[in-house]
Design a protein around this ligand. Structure first.
Ligand code: GDP
Ligand code: ZN
Length: 311
């Protein structure tokens, strides 16, 4: 019998009918299909193969490939399902860094969105930093900016102020992305696509004026994609995300994904403690003493309540 050769590569794009793969960091694209059913035991998803997945494929005579195996994911980010089924859509897998792009004005990113994304990153062990974009527009709201930066630094997160207009800290973002697969996330309009295009002017990701956002179709299918950038590394844009989902996080566990709560919760009188009504709760005490920000605690309570609804 003829020996079939196999190869290993990373999925860089799902075209709808095919998967494009490349053996990163090489950029040498092979077109693959999936034969039969690929099963992963960990989660039920609407997409069995995600961008960032490392796969093994058989090389065909015509140069295309047939994916036959997905290697275990070191991490992944899922999109909140639109219905109450437990089906999730994996946005990307095996991410080295997530950059959460936010703006405080035009549009203002809700703290609830930010905290939910940060919790998702903690839960799936994705390193994350916050990019505060459009800093060129922030001179009138410098107090708000300072409060934001200190809110997240006290929670344990780095915020980098960036402007695609003045170029502030663009080189820093380039160096952050070197040698990594970096996921750019954030609500529509914060400038994710503009920022990626600024990192590499040969990329032409679609950007839109804020006034055009209402034209966005509700049910357009988005295919995420890995792009190489000229300064080194690979980036993934995530347009059209309304929320990130968490699977199977129980209420007693949620506080473990707030780094500033994780630091003190060992001192709660009861274990497990939901940090809501229990006497002798170290988290509530830290909130009262101003060590944990009330905004973050409010997000925590909001998420507890929301998760509770779905069980
Ligand atoms: P996305 O939905 O997050 O991908 O946002 P886009 O990249 O489409 O950008 C939305 C709008 O914000 C566009 O009009 C961009 O020109 C604008 N924008 C992006 N970055 C900046 C920035 O640093 N400063 C300013 N003033 N506007 C920006
Ligand atoms: Zn407690």
């Amino acid at each position: 019998m003829e020996k079939q050769s196999t190869a290993k590569a990373t999925v860089i794009k799902n075209t709808g009918s095919h998967y494009l793969v490349s053996n990163l960091p090489d950029w040498n694209i092979i077109c693959c299909t999936v034969r039969g059913k690929l099963r992963l035991n960990d989660i039920k998803t609407t997409n069995p193969v995600a961008v960032g997945d490392i796969v093994e494929y058989d090389i065909q005579e015509d140069g295309t490939g047939i994916i036959k195996k997905i290697f275990p994911r070191k991490n992944y980010i899922i999109r909140k399902s639109t219905n109450l089924s437990r089906q999730a859509h994996i946005i990307a897998a095996n991410i080295d860094l997530a950059l959460l792009v936010v703006t405080l004005d035009y549009p203002e990113t809700p703290l609830a969105f930010i905290d939910r994304f940060l919790v998702t990153c903690e839960a799936y062990r994705v390193p994350v930093k916050i990019i505060l974009n459009k800093s060129d527009l922030n001179s009138d709201i410098s107090e708000k900016v300072n409060r934001f930066v200190s809110l997240y630094s006290s929670a344990g997160y780095t915020t980098i102020e960036v402007s695609c207009v003045t170029g502030q800290n663009i080189d820093l973002i380039k160096s952050e992305c070197k040698g990594k697969v970096t996921l750019f996330s954030g609500v529509s309009g914060v400038g994710k696509s503009t920022l990626i295009n600024t990192l590499d002017s040969s990329l032409h990701l679609k950007t839109r004026e804020i006034s055009e956002y209402h034209l966005q179709g509700k049910h357009t299918t988005t295919y995420y994609e890995i792009h190489p950038i000229i300064s080194g590394g690979f980036v993934i844009d995530t347009p059209g995300i309304r929320g990130f989902g968490l699977l199977e996080i129980n209420p007693e566990e949620l506080s473990h994904y707030f780094p500033e709560m994780l630091k003190v919760l060992g001192n709660c009188r009861f274990a497990p403690c939901t940090h809501t009504h229990e006497p002798g709760c170290a988290v509530k005490e830290a909130v009262e003493n101003g060590i944990i920000a009330t905004e973050r605690y409010a997000s925590y309570l909001g998420m507890l309540e929301e998760e509770g609804k779905y069980r």
